[in-house]
Design a protein around this ligand. Structure first.
Ligand code: 13P
Ligand code: SF4
Length: 303
């Protein structure tokens, strides 16, 4: 254990803090966290947390915001203020209101990768782990969906419903980097490798995937699969968990540069400073939080 790790552990106990880390965090952050997971698992953990006084959320802005919304009794900290998901910034409340006026009968389903103000305008939230089930739970045949265009297309394929993307071209800059050509080259080297891809990847990339799912669903799939080799189409941080949980299996990132710079802003130093100074406190205005909470809680009721 390094000095810094020991100091973080000590402070964590003194302050009764729980550390949540997303699957894309740096290996050392994942290793020190109490829970590592995808966005729905971490939201659920934050919502159900009873004992801790502080929730330190090692991820990006919208995930920490969801934690603050779902468990308003707790103080939620985001170690690095600049850790913002660019996709979450792509959808404005004005755009949602305009679309609602244009399609008054269509429910608004928002990916959790949105800011609290946007969530407050929607009927129900979803994550990449449950988007298909959420859309299927609605009676409507036409839904407004944002901000990820690729996830919108994926759920339209899976549900057969008309999914109108909001905005027209919302995307994740990291997942856009994956190209099927790179997978084909890797397949020449590892012909038996199973290809996994996140639904934020392009349609072309999804076509060459054997399995499509959220980050934790990929971890579960890799564990249960008989395959020995995997080509992974999501942010490279997940390789740490995949390798740790499956030591004999081999994992290859589908594109070496697939790094989410925002997720990587959290370092051990910043985590320590965050705990020590109790920064940065994530707060959502009560009126916005109340509406956003309804949409998030409705998501948890869908199986
Ligand atoms: P997961 O819910 O699959 O962890 O995805 C979150 C995310 O930001 C993907 O880029
Ligand atoms: Fe946002 Fe993409 Fe980073 Fe996920 S990987 S947090 S969607 S920028």
């Amino acid at each position: 254990m390094t000095d810094l790790t020991a100091k973080i552990q000590k402070l964590k106990q003194e302050k009764k803090a729980v550390i949540l880390a997303h699957n894309y965090q740096r290996p050392e952050i994942q290793d020190i966290a109490d829970y590592v997971g995808d966005s729905i698992e971490l939201s659920r953990k934050a919502m159900q947390e009873k004992d801790a006084e502080l929730i330190v959320f090692c991820a990006v802005d919208f995930m920490a915001q969801s934690a603050a919304i779902l468990n308003p009794q707790k103080k939620v900290l985001l170690p690095t203020l600049g850790a913002r998901c660019p996709m979450a910034q792509m959808l404005t409340t004005d755009e949602i209101r305009r679309a609602k006026a244009q399609y008054p009968k269509a429910p608004v389903v928002l990916y959790v990768n949105t800011l609290a103000e946007a969530k407050a305008e929607c009927d129900i939230c979803c994550t990449s782990a449950n988007a298909v089930e959420v859309i299927n739970s609605l009676k409507a045949e036409t839904v407004l969906f944002g901000p990820d265009r690729n996830l919108a297309e994926y759920v339209a394929e899976k549900t057969g419903k008309t999914v109108i993307p909001l905005p027209q071209w919302g995307f994740c800059p990291t997942h856009l980097l994956f190209q099927p050509e790179d997978v084909k080259v890797l397949k020449l080297q590892y012909p038996n490798a199973v290809v996994m891809a996140h639904p934020e990847c392009s349609g072309e990339m999804r076509k060459v995937a054997d399995y499509i799912g959220s980050t934790s669903k990929m971890c579960r799939y890799a564990k249960e699969s008989d395959a020995a080799e995997f080509i992974v189409g999501t942010e490279e941080g997940i390789l740490h968990r995949l390798q740790k949980e499956n030591p004999p299996k081999k994992f290859f990132i589908a594109y070496e540069g697939a790094i989410c710079p925002n997720m990587k802003l959290t370092t051990l130093d910043r985590l320590y400073a965050s705990l020590k100074e109790e920064k940065h406190h994530v707060q959502v205005p009560a009126a916005v939080a109340a509406k956003a909470r309804k949409a998030l809680k409705r998501m948890f009721q869908v199986n």
